[in-house]
Structure formats: structure tokens, C-alpha cells
Ligand binder design. Structure first.
Ligand SMILES: [Zn+2]
Length: 284
């Protein structure tokens, strides 16, 4: 149907109070599984790539696989770079054809985060690409960035206002207590803070650290306006467990296509569960 940026799909999601899943793919197989799931459920989709995945395949090597898949899909698909702390890499990805990037300056002082995010947002405009920014610190481990938990990590409403006004971003990820990786204990999500930020935000909000949140937590955040939810760890788990279970049950077989199909099915089922939970099915 179309290779798109995140603008239109998130705008509609915010208005109609559902969320679009941004699934971190690792290779062609996981990208195919995620696209198959979204096509079957008639949902818009964000194919998300971590900087580690970009480095593994190479900038061109990765995007040249993904753009034809997005164009060939029967649903709108955006390709979004996740958590990029390196402004040069974000620009390289925009040059290469990503339709969307996240610049993560959240570990930097506010003025430096604003300056760099604004620079990337201006750079993205020439490609009609969208930009996501982050404020506060989403705790846990994201690639090599480790963030400790605590209230000081949460986004502050007055700073969010300034950040949004000055950067001109298209999607915003304020830290509200979610974490990357797997949760140890019950996550402390600040719903009131999320609501307050949503009400003053000029653009749709993003929830990071989606893996392991309870269904009713997602539902509450989406009802408060979360338009994009990032799912990374659940895809990694599905991929590895799919490979493992096939090999364990078929140790004497040499049938790579059956192995791939099994892995695709496992990743596809995980993706579908999330799409159904986020309410983005049948929105095309
Ligand atoms: Zn994240």
C-alpha cells in the first residue's frame, strides 16, 4: 500500500484513541512476520530498528531490505530508527531512506537535548520524515545505555512544554515510569503525569518499554492518548524461543524453510496479540 512516515498514522491513532505498535525487528524474517501480522489484522505498522540492528546490517544493507517490504505491504508501514543518541547516525539513516527517526538526547542537559533534537527535526523535513524526541530517562538497559530508576528520572511538565515548543518534533516519549528490558517487580507508572503531558502536547505520545506491561496498563495509557507503543523484548523472546522450540522438536531434520516458517509463526502470533491489545486492527 505505502511506505509512509509516522505522521498520519499516529495522528489518526491519537484522534481515535488506539495505539500503533512499533515492533523492533532484527532481520528480514522478523520484519516479514511483523508485516504479515499487521496485514492479516488490517493495522498500520511501524517497523522499528535499533541502532545495534542498523550496525549489524549496515545502514544501506538494512534499509534496502525494508523499503521494498514496506512498499509491497497492503497496509501503511513506517520504518523508524529507535533510540539514536548519535546525531550523525540519525542523519545518515535519514539520507539512506528511513521515514522516521528517534533522536534520544535524554541523557544530555535540557538545552543540549533541545538543540540536537531541533537540528534532527529540521534535517528530517527535507525528506518528509518524522522525528521522535525523549525527555526524562526511561529506566533499564537500552543497547549500552543503563539508567537507574527513581522519581528524578520522570519527565517534568514545564520542561516538556519548552521541549515541544522549541524542537518541533512529531512524536514525544516522556519518561513516565516504564522501563526497557524485563520488569523486575511491578512497574510504577505515573498515569497522572502521562495525562497531564498528553493534554499539553502538540504531538502524539509514545510509550517505551512495552514488554511485560499488563493489558490493563496498556489500555489505560491508550485511553489517555498513547498513540505509539514500542515492543522490542517480546519480539526478541519470540524469535529465540521459536528457533529453540523448532530445533528441539526436530533435531534430526534439515529443513530450513520449515524452521523459518515456524519462527515466523511464533513472532507473528506475538505481534498479533499486541496489535489486538492496542486496538489498531481494522483501522485501514
Ligand atoms: Zn525505548
Amino acid at each position: 500500500m505505502s511506505y509512509v512516515n509516522m505522521g498520519q498514522i499516529l495522528k489518526k491513532a491519537r484522534e481515535e484513541r488506539y495505539a500503533v505498535g512499533a515492533f523492533n525487528i532484527l532481520n528480514h524474517l522478523t520484519a516479514k512476520a511483523v508485516i504479515d501480522a499487521a496485514e492479516e489484522l488490517r493495522s498500520p505498522l511501524i517497523l522499528q530498528t535499533s541502532t545495534a540492528t542498523v550496525k549489524f546490517h549496515g545502514v544501506d544493507g538494512l534499509i534496502k531490505q525494508l523499503i521494498p517490504m514496506a512498499e509491497y505491504a497492503s497496509i501503511p508501514v513506517a520504518v523508524h530508527l529507535d533510540h539514536c543518541t548519535d546525531a550523525d547516525l540519525a542523519k545518515k539513516c535519514l539520507d539512506a531512506g528511513w521515514s522516521s527517526v528517534m533522536f534520544d538526547g535524554s541523557k544530555k542537559p535540557l538545552d543540549e537535548n533541545i538543540r540536537l533534537t531541533k537540528e534532527i527535526a529540521a534535517y528530517a523535513k527535507k525528506y518528509n520524515a518524522t522525528v521522535e524526541g525523549e525527555l526524562g530517562a526511561i529506566v533499564g538497559v537500552e543497547e549500552d545505555v543503563i539508567v537507574a530508576s527513581g522519581d528524578e528520572a520522570l519527565a517534568k511538565v514545564d520542561e516538556c512544554k519548552i521541549f515541544l515548543e522549541q524542537t518541533g518534533i512529531d512524536a514525544f516519549a516522556p519518561a513516565i515510569g516504564t522501563a526497557h528490558g524485563l520488569y523486575k517487580g511491578k512497574p510504577k507508572i505515573n498515569f497522572d503525569l502521562f495525562k497531564e503531558i498528553e493534554e499539553i502536547s502538540s504531538c502524539p505520545l509514545v510509550v517505551h518499554g512495552g514488554t511485560g506491561l499488563e493489558g490493563d496498563v496498556f489500555k489505560q495509557l491508550i485511553s489517555l492518548g498513547a498513540a505509539k507503543v514500542n515492543i522490542s523484548t517480546a519480539i526478541k523472546i519470540a524469535y529465540c524461543s521459536g528457533l529453540k522450540s523448532y530445533i528441539e522438536n526436530n533435531a534430526d531434520k534439515v529443513e530450513p524453510l520449515k524452521l523459518d516458517q515456524h519462527v515466523i509463526d511464533v513472532v507473528k502470533n506475538t505481534t498479533k496479540e499486541h496489535i489486538l491489545l492496542f486496538g489498531s486492527a481494522n483501522r485501514i
